[in-house]
Design a protein around this ligand. Structure first.
Ligand code: RUB
Length: 264
């Protein structure tokens, strides 16, 4: 297997996960095989996510190096903006590299604890917990069904984004709508930490963004006869549940975020 194919395989099986990590790895893969077919292949791997598509479009016009630099610059800006919003303990779900960068930056300013949920079926919450523990940020893990208990303990909630639609809806890891509803219930502000390349241009002409369906054996390795399993990777949060989208474009309401992206 060539290097390009190895990266594709790692993206597909979640060894490389999270929209931005996928975009960065995808850009590197594209640099190895810069043609239309490899773009098609790369975009088919995690088809809900527009970050890689936007990154590749930028790289075609400019260069892979400049696309990677744009992401790095945005990361730094977002971490600074997000860190100012960490006013106490934080709740997060799944593993978002963008959220973790905010938490690392916030650690320089104050002490806080992170409550995170494990994120069945692939347990990306564990990646978050291990990364934070290594950085000496106190972290407490909850099973997904204990989400209400975890959110109740937090002052703010921060999650990442896979896709943002023209209506300002945010698509993120399955469980995220439950996060949003629970945050609203307990009046915990929910911030979406993301770069603006998560804006999904397809939403300008498509009614629905396709939600990736993952293999059923991620949920149950030997599925018993007669049992059917649904394993959607992501779900959608309505804009009214979101306090703000924190991106390199600023701390904006979902509506203003979309406006600013479309003006560029
Ligand atoms: C990961 C996930 C993350 C977003 C944002 O899902 O939903 O919250 O991708 O991550 P999966 P980032 O594990 O299925 O890829 O902030 O790193 O772009």
């Amino acid at each position: 297997m060539g290097k390009f194919e190895i990266i594709c395989k790692k993206i597909k099986n979640l060894e490389i996960q999270g929209a931005e990590n996928i975009a960065k790895a995808g850009l590197k893969a594209y640099a190895l095989k810069p043609n239309k077919n490899s773009i098609k292949k790369l975009l088919s791997l995690r088809y809900t996510e527009p970050c890689l598509a936007n990154a590749l479009k930028f790289a075609e016009k400019n260069s892979v190096k400049e696309a990677l630099e744009y992401l790095e610059r945005s990361d730094k800006l977002i971490a600074k903006l997000g860190a100012n919003l960490v006013k106490g303990n934080v709740y997060t779900h799944c593993h978002s590299s963008s959220v973790n960068k905010v938490l690392v930056e916030a650690k320089n300013k104050r002490n806080f604890k992170v409550y995170c949920t494990e994120t069945r079926p692939r347990f990306q919450g564990r990646i978050t917990a291990v990364e934070l523990a290594k950085l000496k940020i106190p972290v407490e893990m909850y099973v997904d069904s204990a989400m209400r208990l975890a959110i109740k303990k937090a002052k703010v909630a921060m999650i990442g984004a896979d896709s943002i639609t023209k209506k300002g809806e945010v698509i993120n890891k399955i469980g995220s709508e439950l996060v949003a509803d629970t945050c609203n219930h307990f009046k915990v502000p929910l911030y979406i930490i993301t770069n603006s390349w998560k804006f999904d241009m397809r939403s300008l002409y498509k009614k629905e963004i396709p939600i990736e369906k993952r293999p059923v054996n991620e949920v149950w390795d030997k599925v018993p006869r007669g049992v059917s399993i649904a394993n959607p990777a992501f779900e959608k949060i309505k804009p009214s549940s979101i306090k703000a989208i924190v991106s390199e474009l600023g701390i904006l309401s979902p509506k203003s975020f979309v406006k600013k992206v479309l003006k560029r």
